[in-house]
Design a protein around this ligand. Sequence first.
Ligand code: PLP
Length: 371
Amino acid sequence: MLRASPLNRRQWLKGAGAALAGAAVANRLPAAVPAVRITPPGLVQLSLNENPFGPSPHALAAMQAHLGEVGRYRFALVSQLVRTLAEKEGVTPDHILLGAGSGELLEATGMYLGRTGGEVVSAVPGYFQLVGAMQRVGARSVAVPLNARLEHDLGAMAVAVAPETRCVYVCNPNNPTSTVVPPADLRAFVIAMALRTHVFVDEAYLECADDFAAHTLGDLVAAGHNVTVARTFSKIHGLAGQRIGYTVMAPELAKAVRPLMTGSANLLGVVAAQASLADPDYIGSLRSRIKAGRDALQALLDELGCRYAVPQGSFVFFQTGRPIAEFQAAMRAEGILVGRPFAPLLDWCRITIGTEEEMARTHAAIRKVLG
Ligand code: PLP
């Protein structure tokens, strides 16, 4: 018969020592990992249309509260967020597709709409992600120049729509020009075009505009028009790094697009989005700060005699009168990163509204470079 032999003193001390050492290791907190600075120190990042103010404190708290849950899949939390979004948009949950940023939904919808070739009509310069996805699967891009106010030229776009058109893409406010189209004109255009083809309205920046309600076309989806509206938590909600956005689209289209998606919203992004939606006061305060930044920059550009497109997004597009690469380099030398070239307007610059301190530095840099 086997019997456990009693430990002698030496064995006991050895075992206890090992256990204590193990406990010490287990209890030792990891050294704080310093946050990696995404923007090199000393530089002001105004080139990527990020939100410099960051997310709502409620969103930060929600992410912190869920850190211990990140070993889990996020299915249950997703359905809750989809229900919230459906309610906000006045549609049923099967109208909502949630993605890893709205970019993923632009890609997947583009791949679906372009799968049989055909054409996509959009404005240039504009945001190219959906157009690019359609081109990759064989569709042709029909790029319609903006009008003199650097807004979508709706008349010319209507003329460009043909039997081969699989999609009209409208970005409102437009990236890179920050312009919106007069709301009644855009609504009439979208309703008319949706009788002929699919219309995709990208409202990534619309919550930064003075009057979201006057411009949004989300209600057209609910009313059954052949329209998709895309929104993101990357812009006014300040969650670009969390990769979460959504489309409001017909349930049959959502069902067709879903299998083409390769990513999905992540757990911390989902809880942050839910918390941010419940903090409209913070979002409203950001809207005011972005508007104040836009107004002050417009005043400076007026003073310097620079042309600019009338902005409604979180950024301003203005004419520098010199090649953008040259302007970019001169601004970088002053510590400010500004937007890339947007052909064919190669002496114009897109600049994101930063914090008040960042904008003070930016104004000084613009004065020095252009003054
Ligand atoms: N739509 C527009 C007009 C954008 O400018 C961007 C990003 O800058 C996106 C969509 C995609 O953003 P995200 O994938 O972060 O939601």
